[in-house]
Write a protein that binds this ligand. Structure first.
Ligand SMILES: [Zn+2]
Length: 275
């Protein structure tokens, strides 16, 4: 390690994303990855990929990530604690992560994850070059959509998947909005990612059918049945905040925009105008 130049050392630990879950909320893991660490005679370690908000599946093992529910740790021994908890009672992690449902949607989730990572990489590149093309979707839009879906306590996803971690809503609206995706459990994050991929129309007709059946089940609980009513159901904000978000959504909407995304934004904005 000492032979590696300082900048290279930093790269080893730096997550591949600019949207990173804070230390005390990092609980997502892939059990197969950890088993592999042990099989290779090394200590199980927490992979940096799992720290990114946009990462919900393991691309090596083609499975969804699990949530080590109830574990709060940030020390190097965290991976050991997660492994111990999972070995003692895997059912808790599986239930908290809703991993059976997530595994059924693996391809759709993987596609959305790749879409997200590609946007982040091109944005990083554009930031470095000081240029950004307006015709391409901005990372701001998918991030804002996830923040709306995962808004603490009142957000849409919390209406059909009960939150595991509690987050006190602060008087600072922007802070609460930003915190949602960072404190959400993996089950909420993958549900949000799935809706995101659907709105951006990333899926083949067959994948879409599977995703739509998930959305239909969620909609039956949370009160929506298409992209427009999803947008309306997501608008849980007061009129001031709702206006700010609706304006941002319209500003960041790519041109041309997927039809579902347009309908979502229209549905969201209509509530904003009514209130
Ligand atoms: Zn893995």
């Amino acid at each position: 390690m000492l032979d590696i130049p300082r900048e290279e050392q930093a790269k080893i630990f730096q997550p591949n994303s600019q949207w990173v879950i804070p230390r005390y909320f990092r609980r997502s893991f892939c059990y197969s990855c950890m088993k592999e660490h042990i099989a290779n005679f090394s200590l199980p370690s927490y992979r940096k990929e799992w720290c990114s908000v946009g990462v919900v599946v393991c691309q090596i093992h083609k499975c969804s990530l699990l949530d080590a529910s109830g574990i709060v740790a940030s020390s190097p021994s965290m991976a050991m604690r997660i492994l111990k908890a999972y070995s003692e009672d895997p059912s808790q992690c599986v239930a908290a992560s809703r991993s059976h449902d997530a595994d059924e949607q693996f391809t759709a989730l993987y596609k959305t994850q790749l879409f997200f990572q590609t946007l982040e990489a091109s944005q990083q590149q554009a930031d470095q070059n000081g240029m950004w093309s307006c015709s391409e979707p901005h990372t701001g839009l998918p991030r804002l959509l996830l923040s709306i879906f995962l808004y603490p306590r009142f957000g849409l996803v919390n209406r059909f998947i009960a939150p595991r971690s509690s987050y006190r809503i602060t008087t600072l609206f922007q802070q609460t909005l930003n915190a949602g995706p960072l404190v959400a459990g993996i089950a909420q994050r993958w549900a949000g990612m799935l809706m995101l991929g659907w709105l951006f129309e990333l899926f083949t007709p067959r994948e879409s059918t599977d995703v739509e059946s998930f959305i239909e089940r969620a909609g039956a609980i949370a009160g929506f049945h298409d992209a427009r009513s999803l947008g309306a159901a997501c608008n849980v904000f007061n009129s001031l905040h709702s206006d700010v978000i609706a304006r941002r959504l319209r500003e960041w909407m790519p041109n041309p925009s997927p039809a579902l995304l347009q309908q979502f934004i229209e549905g969201f904005s209509e509530v904003s105008i009514r209130s």
